[in-house]
Design a protein around this ligand. Sequence first.
Ligand SMILES: [Mn+2]
Length: 404
Amino acid sequence: MGTALARCVGDVERFLREHWTRAPQLLTNAQRGFTDLLSLDDVDHLISTFPRQPAFRLVRDGKPLDPSMYTRSASLGGRTVTDVGDTPRIYDELHAGATLVLQGLHRYWPAVMRFCRDLELELTHPTQANAYVTPPTSRGLAVHHDTHDVFVLQLAGRKRWAVHEPLVELPLPAQRWSSDLGDPGPPILTAELQPGDCLYIPRGFPHAAESRQEVSAHLTVGVLTSTWKDVMSDAFSELVDDVEFRRSLPVGFAHDEDALAADIADHVEQLRAALDKLDAAEVARRTVRRFWSRRWPMLIGQLGQLMALGEVDDSSLVQRREGSVCLVRCAPEGLWCLLGDRELAMPSALEPVMRRIAATSGFSVGELADQLDEKSRLTLVRRLVREGLLEIVQARSGEERRHG
Ligand SMILES: [Mn+2]
């Protein structure tokens, strides 16, 4: 099937060289489609089975509709919840021309979770996904730019898109779109997206969309790239966390701007000296760690895994869980294994076997015999299944186990 990125862009190398953050790209790929990620039936399922805010919202003519128009209260486990979607009203609003937005699908819709994780592990930038369902001939989104890159995956129907040259180059989240920025000029790319097409729009490229004579549904996968500003701000805040910079400004500083300017110049000198001694390797370590430590384990099917733990023996086949994270780090106090949101402390002696597990896709427990005795390898494998790093493919020879 190819990686998530290849599905979005085709030739990955060429995309990274010529388009990534620089220029929009349209990939037409109508045969395969993206409905394995989210179909109109899935959207129906989501809005007809107890939808709750803010996992969905309605937008009309570019403005959010007041949620009180389409939510109600309901009883759930004896408690009253007030953010429940009023399903008949949602359909009425859709019929009358509102756009339905499903937000944060990367957090709970399994196929989108896997796709977004695959994409973010390849890019090593975090991703998120929203879906937009627009009724026929309703005006979609007015021209605007986003402060993150997006892949627009057309799921069903058609939609016309126009992309313009940026008015703000590489805007940061605070540099939101405003009509005061001026006229974006003529489009540099126009396209009618068909099911299976993917449009990549880099951060800051203004774009607008409108649907045609049929319902249009697309999934927008946003890439929340880390920037050099993030890294530099992190390094900088570390440097200024020094007692010299924690001192109070002199009494009366606001009466004497010249004296303050001279003082500032002195402190800038100190900062420059500190910058010269900056430990780039340490900043890099923190930056890398920040990314991996926020990739929490995806535990789809974990209940079946836990139930099979007792059957694990040397003949069991296990593999790395799809989308799992495993960073092995040796420290004087022992071995640290970063598994997304959690870090496991282990004895240093486990380093070779953990490096092997981190690098392989699948193995039978007995294959670890050259590195661990039977009790240790069973304990380790069971632990890593519980932690979501490994999954049991076959508990015992002959007994196939698949997760859903
Ligand atoms: Mn947009």
